[in-house]
Write a protein that binds this ligand. Structure first.
Ligand code: ADP
Length: 564
């Protein structure tokens, strides 16, 4: 009973019953009014006609033979004989007929249930007054018999509490004492009391029929409405089931309701969309947690290596190496190198953490060519006999950036190009600047070892090092080969990256990418194994209306053409 379906059904049945009840009452009232009115009109007509007919006999009886009044009888007797008896005998609905005077006292019949002289039953004083008024208005009327314009009919409640109709027919009559006096006559009122027995019986039948029809309509309404309500609520039940399964953790569940755009269908669509978003958010959160877990594991691993070697070297010192000044110096130099490596790593981690936290950049208009020139100059110091060149393909390449951070990116790319480039005199690093479709680009190319297609998509991942990944692949291939007794795949054993692995932590490119993203810029990599790599960053142009570009810095970096 607490379910929505039951509540809806109850409401529906209640409303339907109410409507049918009101309809039944209106119909019953209308039908009974019509029936009673028709019956009353018919009886009034019949009574008036019967009184008019009886009046002629009454005249004859009461007046005897004209002239000597011989045979005249009292008007009470005459009324009973000529009017009252024929009326009650001819019309079963007529229960009583009285002749009353203008005050409402019974004049006839003498032997009736109400004594002559007492007040007539069911006579309304108001109606009597109305009839009297009409009689007064019709005084000039000279003939005997009913005065049609003074006839009144009304409904009232009889002694038994039942509805009865009373018809008052004004008549002009002559008593025995007036029989000889043709002009002198009295005015009286014939009161015809009618019961609605036949109408009541007919009405009861109609009411029963009405009750049956309306009851049938109610049952039919329930029979049709019940399944309709159940059908309309079925999608909600389905949604509830799906929501239950989702609550248990199965985020792949969907309602997928076929519908024609109704409200429940729209709700189901919105529900599905919401669950999809929740699923995506969960997946994103899971991936982020996984990345964080991996990051922490990698960071710990990277920090553990220098720490282990520092501990090892201090053990060597403690075990007596300190007594040999040469060995002690060697050990201390190594310890310092490891400490520096660790400090570099910690600095990189700190930079990444700050970038992740969205620390605000100190943005201003920067001359990109000047900035790149400074970075190239710094790189040349480390390049040895290798060639580091820069070529600017446009003048005044201004960007809106944090110059320190942007220079950090350039140094990372140049450092990588030198680290992973050819180490002999044939090695070169080329920096190109120019305008791109959406802004300004800077590319750093080298002719070094390159990056395999397998590693290329991962070089921007934190702690990813192509060399280490290659070693891992090689180890896995050897293990698999040992397990199967076969030869490992050629590519897995002898890659072109046979040169000594340069020092690094796998955080340079992720830092560069994070800095550029904070600038709304992009960084992409192209590489061919054994042929070299090109890293290209694209920066948006400064917003219109910002300060004019600073004058190019003096020195070789301002030159737009190729430089050595
Ligand atoms: P790191 O240089 O400290 O190892 P990076 O994030 O700068 O870390 O680079 C990630 C990896 O991408 C490097 O380990 C290297 O394998 C590869 N890589 C980056 N730049 C180059 C390049 N210019 N040539 C070849 N490999 C590169």
């Amino acid at each position: 009973m607490r379910t929505l379906r039951w509540r809806l059904l109850l409401t529906y049945v209640g409303v339907l019953a109410m409507v049918l009840l009101i309809l039944g009452l209106v119909l019953n009232t209308a039908i009974s009014r019509a029936l009673y009115a028709e019956d009353q009109a018919r009886l009034t007509g019949e009574a008036t006609a019967a009184v008019a007919l009886g009046q002629r006999g009454y005249e004859r009886l009461i007046n005897g033979r004209s002239g000597d009044c011989a045979g005249a009888i009292s008007y009470q007797q005459a009324f009973d004989q000529a009017i009252a008896s024929p009326l009650t005998a001819g019309h079963p609905a007529i229960s009583a007929v009285y002749l009353v005077d203008q005050n409402g006292s019974v004049l006839a019949p003498e032997a009736g249930p109400v004594a002559v002289g007492s007040a007539a039953p069911d006579l309304s004083a108001t109606r009597l007054a109305q009839v009297n008024a009409r009689i007064a208005a019709a005084r000039r009327f000279t003939g005997f018999g009913p005065i049609p314009q003074a006839t009144i009919s009304y409904n009232t409640t009889g002694g038994s509490g039942q509805r009865i109709a009373v018809t008052l027919i004004a008549v002009r009559y002559r008593s025995v004492s007036q029989c000889a006096d043709a002009l002198n006559a009295s005015y009286g009122i014939v009161e015809v009391i009618t019961t609605y027995d036949a109408t009541r019986v007919a009405l009861a039948r109609i009411q029963l029929l009405l009750l049956m029809v309306l009851g049938g309509a109610l049952v039919a309404g329930i029979a049709i409405g019940g399944p309709l309500i159940a059908g309309a609520l079925r999608p909600l039940a389905r949604m509830s089931q799906v929501a239950g399964r989702i609550a248990q953790g199965d985020l792949t569940q969907r309602v997928r309701l076929p519908h024609g755009g109704d409200e429940i269908g729209q709700l189901a669509d919105t529900f599905d969309e919401m669950v999809s978003r929740i699923e995506q958010a969960f997946a994103a959160q899971h991936a982020s947690e996984e990345r964080m877990r991996q990051f922490i594991a990698d960071a710990s691993h990277e920090l553990r290596t220098p720490l282990t070697s520092i501990r090892g070297y201090t053990d060597v010192l403690l075990r007596g190496a300190k007594d040999d000044p040469e060995t002690a110096e060697q050990v201390l130099i190594t310890v310092r190198r490891e400490a520096e490596r660790m400090s570099r790593l910690v600095n990189d981690l700190l930079t990444l953490a700050r970038l992740d936290a969205g620390r605000p950049l100190e943005l201003r208009r920067v001359d990109l060519a000047a900035l790149a020139g400074e970075a190239v100059d710094q790189a040349r110091l480390l390049a040895g006999e290798r060639e580091v060149t820069m070529r600017s393909e446009a003048d005044h390449l201004a960007v809106y950036a944090d110059p320190d951070r942007l220079k950090q990116v350039l140094l990372i790319l140049l450092d990588n190009a030198l680290k992973y480039g050819r180490q002999d005199a044939g090695g070169w690093v080329r920096v190109r600047l120019g305008r791109s479709q959406c802004g300004v680009f800077v590319s750093v190319s080298d002719n070094g070892r390159g990056i395999s297609a397998e590693d290329l998509p991962h070089v921007f991942d934190r702690f990813y090092r192509a060399q280490r990944a290659a070693q891992r692949r090689m180890t896995n291939a050897h293990t698999a080969a040992r397990a199967t007794g076969s030869q490992p795949a050629a590519g897995a054993v002898a890659g072109p990256a046979r040169a000594p692995t340069p020092e690094g932590s796998g955080l340079g490119l992720p830092i560069a990418l994070a800095i550029l993203r904070a600038h709304g810029s992009t960084l992409s990599a192209e590489s061919q194994l054994g042929a070299g790599s090109t890293f290209t960053m694209e920066l948006p142009l400064p917003p219109a209306g910002s300060a004019p570009p600073p004058s190019p810095m003096p020195g070789p970096s301002s030159a737009p053409s190729a430089r050595a």
